[in-house]
Write a protein that binds this ligand. Sequence first.
Ligand code: DSN
Length: 415
Amino acid sequence: MENIQFIKACDPEIASVIEREYSRQEYGLNLIASENTVSRAVMEAQGSIMTNKYAEGYPSKRYYGGCQYMDEAENLAIERVKKLFGVEYANVQPHSGSQANMAAYFSVLSPGDGILAMDLSHGGHLTHGAGVSFSGRLFNFSHYGLNPETETIDLNQVEDLARANKPKMIVAGASAYPRTLDFKGFSEIAKACGALFLVDMAHIAGLVAAGVHPTPVGYADIITSTTHKTLRGPRGGLILSSAERGKKINSQIFPGIQGGPLMHVVTAKAVAFKEALLPAFTEYQKQVVKNAAVLAKVLMERGYKLVSNGTDNHMVLVDFSGLDITGKDAEERLGQANITVNKNTVPNEKRSPFVTSGVRIGVPLITSRGMKEDAVGDIAGFICDVLDDEANVPKVATKVKELCTHYPLYGDTAC
Ligand code: DSN
């Protein structure tokens, strides 16, 4: 258990909340595809005194005195992430992926401009033009989806829509797409149509950093990401681009949409980027892909349909269309067995987003705990047992707790 002696002394109620959340994480299997577990070093940086400082502006150009160490930390974060992805420019201040996307759009587009992106119900993201998001309210989005037969992105459809709608920007990137994204193909369509090309690599950033998914660098005009998914850093966002675009992007983050950066988070990002440059991080990402492949294989062998019939990355999407069980039922039932997943819409979804016909299952966090193919094979079996028959829940819940004791959330290492 992490050290929370001061919280215990000052605020027992919150100490109790943290302790119970710790137990949930330690003794349960967290298979939310967008979550991970940060190193102790990242957590220490995020809980450090760097939180005490206002640092509006950018290194050497701040609106407050006393920022010399803030500058050092932010410069380290910038230089490390530039090296990690091989880019000329990085902004590490976005508080989240949403804010990274908002600033990226604002840096090159005006309200009302057209953007072509992936449909939310086919695996896209809220900030890719959903009506309830700022993106859908401010910009004129059109959407591509999955090919009904292959359940993969169909670049012919993307091209047809781009030619018909003449968007100023094409967005590639998804929050529930288990396949490799063809950045070269997208960029060729964008170029041919005179559109800018933005890649939101939030889900796959760690895979890209490790070279186990193709990089959008060299194809995209702007790249956005979160830092806490496969990249395994603190919760936050980042933007990458060419040096030429940097000035405009910087001014859209601050003062455009944010005030003072969260310097404790920026500092933790610097630590995470250093970790991501280590060989062990590449091995971790390779294991993530191997683990997801085992998960997919066992689920399909046990008769469950996966969107696109498999995975190339860190997640699978199980499709219950035509079955009695819904995504909501599956999420709840698996939760009772100490297995956390999230319900998810599937292509041609017939149920509401609160019910859905699918679940998204990801392996980044369990891979961070050291789980390899054997353990993931067992976990896939547990999931099928629970989905097959609710009566299996108590038995599986016990097995999950037992498995988790062999893979502690935090071992003895700092990084
Ligand atoms: N909510 C994130 C996810 O789960 O994929 C995306 O922002």
